[in-house]
Design a protein. Sequence first.
Length: 643
Amino acid sequence: MKSFEDFSQKELEEEAFSLITSGQMFLAHDFARKGFEKFPKNVRLQEAYALVLLKTGATQEAKDLVQPLLGNVIEDGAVNVAKLQESTFVKGGDSAALAGIGHIFKEAWHHSRTCQDLDIARELYRASFEKEKNTAIGMNAAWLSWLTGNEEPAKALTEEVLKVLPQMGLKATFPQLIDLAEGQLLLGRVEEACRIYEEAVKQKLDSYVPIVTERQQLLFLREAGFRIPEEALSVLKPPAIAVFTGYMIDAPHLPVPIFPPELEEPVKQAIQEQLDEVDVTIGYTSAACGADLLFIEALLKRGGEVNLILPFAIEDFIQTNVRHAGPRWEKRFGRALKNARTVNISAEDRYLGHDMLFRFSNTVMHGAAVMRGQFLTSDPHLIAVWDSTMQSLPGGPSDFIDGWTNIKTLHLVDLVDIRPPRELSTEAEEQLNEVKAFSSYTRRYDPLVSRAPDRVIKMMMFSDLSGYSKLQDEHIPAFLDFLDKLQIAMSEIDLPIESINTWGDAVFAIGNTASVIAEFGLRYCDIVEALGSKYPEFPFPIRARISLHAGPVYEAEDPFIKKKNYYGGHINRAARLEPVTTVGQVYATQQFVSVFHVEQNGFRYECEQKGIRFRDQYITEHVGFVQLAKSFGSQEVYHLRRK
């Protein structure tokens, strides 16, 4: 990559927005900030910088950044329309930038839910459309008018948009057809809107993203109270997502066959049939020899996207889950890694004989698919190659099936139906019972696997107080009073926290569920925000940085304090995320957020089964990959906040 100094203004704009689109928010932040400092009059770089601030949770800072561009157009939190018409943006020919600034206020409204932000966005979009006649901007202005209760102006604006658009036919592009369909919807012409949507999806598109984007728009409008016909949503079909779990090819020393090599072809055929039935486009799986790799190869053959999540260090995984099947399977494993869209490791540790790492990896995989499904508005399916005669033990297919709540999206391939009937002697029956008593995977038969003290999966929170190290001696009495009030407020948080420790201004909490630790972290953040500004003695308000993580840790009694404590690399990972978290925000790792979404999805399904409406209370926004403190590597990070 060339030096920052060698980029032109146009290249800086393109690179900043490219980084934002790819989710690399921390890199985008650096790039947009430096670009804006170098070219302070470049509105696009200012817009990119503001977008990054929004995505990382700094809503007010984003608005403060772009508002000066409008000069005196905003008065008392509202747009002065007369002054806007006289502004250089409208008169000077730069009205396209108005839509960019309007987008900032529209996105800010998603965070703040204040009507002022929505009103400002509406007026900026409308002024931009009147000058540029861009139909997408026009429909944005129309919907924003509808959202703010101005139904008749919204319809009038829609009529103006429709006059600009080409009518149905070969000349209309996909985006134009979408604008045309939305216009018909807003005017109440449902049948015509659905017909146009059908015409739009017939166009050959390079990806499913435009269809999903429009589907998201319709679902958002439905949530806001607009009547969206089911026919339109069914036309805009999202891609199907499948999570996969299955058995490995039997190890040579397995006393009784579960998945013998001769079943490869019939199992492959059964997997292909399931892929066809669900019409899978996106897959999440591990990459063990046997069923996993057969699923990967079949999905790639049909042009699908493969996402791999491995349970621990790759070399250990090859040793325990691939190598026993021979070189042919090792080569197939290598091809799977090469052709996968993403390869992640749920816990970058040694195996050490702990099967709970497989269960944790399954949960992370499940959560990743749920999050992808929420973005694509598509519920994930589980396809499982299992053996109905085997016990449900940690990490196996039966274990995964047991944790899958929605039986409507469960698809099973039972090896019992494929494998020839067993005719077993008494000795063989005893051997089969021995196999059933072990993990349903054959990996435990590997004598090379070492055994170590057990690890447990825990959810972790680290937090410190921003600016504590800069306090002077004269501030300490006030700080001690602050800590006293903080402790009292925290003691009133009624949540089942497993363990909590403090070191100076730092707080370290451990819990068994992601939902509990997420709520604890958010409440702690709120308490510090409320208390930190009440001390005029401090040179600046005291604020918190909070990081959340999930992973395997060792649980043992601390020999010094004689209390339960926790040890391991994942404790360090949680601690190294905290210093790079945005002040006043709660950041969480991809592992934590995956577990969190599995739990929330379970709560949602339970409520649906009982006929109770489930209310989503939280939002997790992708921030991107961040370099952790003290050279601890990079980590995929999300911003956790309340709705």
